[in-house]
Design a protein. Structure first.
Length: 174
């Protein structure tokens, strides 16, 4: 079942995915099966949101690290930028949570900046050129926004971009 802290994070994630951004602490406590005092023992509103962002960064980081070890970091970056249908609500929730930074409700944890630097270094190591690595990162950012605001790019669209950028597709790796 996990620790109370994990249950709280899971509950908050589910509420955000359902469109409650930011989620009310009372709702998080109820969904996690803890009292509001139990929730506040672990998190205030700001630290709960930061913990959720940190958790998402760690999940993304794990996937990118595996891809980098296979020499497929750039392809993974672009693919992860386009959510598959079952992940689209999670991506929308991430975007909604990130919007809270503009209102001052959320200060991004330091892990976000550190992860961005690490991912840039991983891309640079794979591609051998920091400018090309930045280009791949920015193309991924554009794919992410395109997927959230309109019809998402298809897997074929991503493969076409990879080929145009001179990168291997997953099929070419096998």
């Amino acid at each position: 079942m996990g620790t109370a802290r994990e249950r709280i994070l899971d509950a908050a994630e589910e509420l955000i995915i359902a469109g409650h951004v930011p989620p009310a602490l009372e709702a998080v406590a109820a969904a996690a099966g803890v009292s509001k005092g139990g929730l506040l023992y672990h998190f205030d509103k700001q630290s709960l949101l930061r913990a959720l962002v940190t958790r998402a960064v760690h999940r993304f980081d794990e996937r990118l690290t595996v891809a980098a070890a296979q020499g497929m970091m750039a392809a993974a970056w672009l693919r992860l930028s386009v959510p598959v249908p079952e992940e689209s609500m999670v991506y929308r929730a991430i975007m909604s949570t990130m919007r809270l930074t503009t209102t001052g409700e959320l200060d991004l944890p330091q892990e976000v900046g550190a992860a961005e630097q690490r991912w840039q270094q991983m891309l640079t190591a794979e591609l051998g050129d920091p400018i090309r690595a930045r280009l791949v990162r920015l193309v991924g950012d554009g794919l992410f926004l395109a997927a959230l605001t309109g019809p998402p790019p298809t897997g074929d669209d991503v493969d076409e971009l990879l080929r145009h950028l001179g990168l291997r597709t997953a099929a070419e790796q096998a």
